[in-house]
Design a protein around this ligand. Structure first.
Ligand SMILES: [Zn+2]
Length: 236
């Protein structure tokens, strides 16, 4: 069980500290709501995070009181579903999925969204050059687990599709090919880079608002895809 009383106490303590600080340095009088947003969402840029959500909590099963908290804005889950739909339909056009590994992957996925870049010990750029202490906007964590920083202008500007490609390769070949077009794995090709660009361009063009809108029908989505995507002709 998540110990709400303990966490409520912690939150109250933080709020109290904020109020004490404010009393020494008073004039503005923000509402209680603004206080909560600050407490929960210190990392968020309020200019583009229109509805900062309070931290989401997920209970970790089989452990007594372990949970993870994500400090995040809402990413519409229907928009995410349709972004993954666009990804998968386009993936099949470019690379096929005869073994069904990618289908299986998109149906068993843990997506973590964040709002701040993460620093990792090292990462590779698209050409396979090693960058120590790299600041990253996405991570392929396991074959079914990715982390992506939200894109300022929607899913098409996030690293979701890029990370999905890593995960797809991981599921098909047993390696996510972290060196991209460089390195020795040779799994990630120029076609994958191009595929990501094409998919993201389309997602950006449609926009999260339409992706999230049930009135923007699947038929419309499919016909937009048909007219926009090159059906992988570049890969052949
Ligand atoms: Zn990558």
């Amino acid at each position: 069980m998540f110990n709400w009383r303990y966490h409520a106490t912690t939150i109250m303590t933080i709020l109290t500290c904020l109020l004490v600080l404010r009393s020494h340095n008073p004039p503005l009088k923000p509402t209680a709501e603004e206080d909560i947003v600050k407490v929960y969402s210190v990392a968020l840029d309020s200019n583009w995070c229109l509805k900062p959500d309070q931290s989401k909590q997920f209970v970790i099963p089989n452990l007594k009181s372990t949970a993870q908290l994500l400090d995040e804005c809402l990413v519409d889950s229907y928009a995410v579903y349709r972004a993954i739909y666009v990804f998968y339909e386009n993936w099949k056009s470019w690379f096929g999925d005869e073994g069904g590994e990618v289908d299986d992957m998109i149906n068993n996925l843990l997506i973590e969204w964040g709002d701040k870049k993460r620093t990792v010990r090292g990462a590779y750029d698209i050409h396979g050059n090693y960058i120590p202490n790299a600041s990253v906007v996405g991570l392929a964590i396991s074959p079914n687990h990715l982390w992506a920083k939200r894109g300022k202008k929607g899913i098409g500007t996030s690293s979701l599709v890029h990370e999905l490609v890593h995960l797809a390769l991981w599921n098909i070949h047993g390696s996510a090919d972290p060196t991209h077009e460089g390195g020795e794995d040779g799994l990630w090709t120029e076609a994958h880079t191009e595929f990501i660009k094409e998919t993201n361009d389309l997602l950006f063009l449609i926009g999260d608002r339409s992706l999230a809108d049930p009135n923007y029908s699947m038929d419309t989505l499919r016909s937009v895809m048909e007219s926009y995507l090159k059906n992988g002709e570049n890969s052949k």
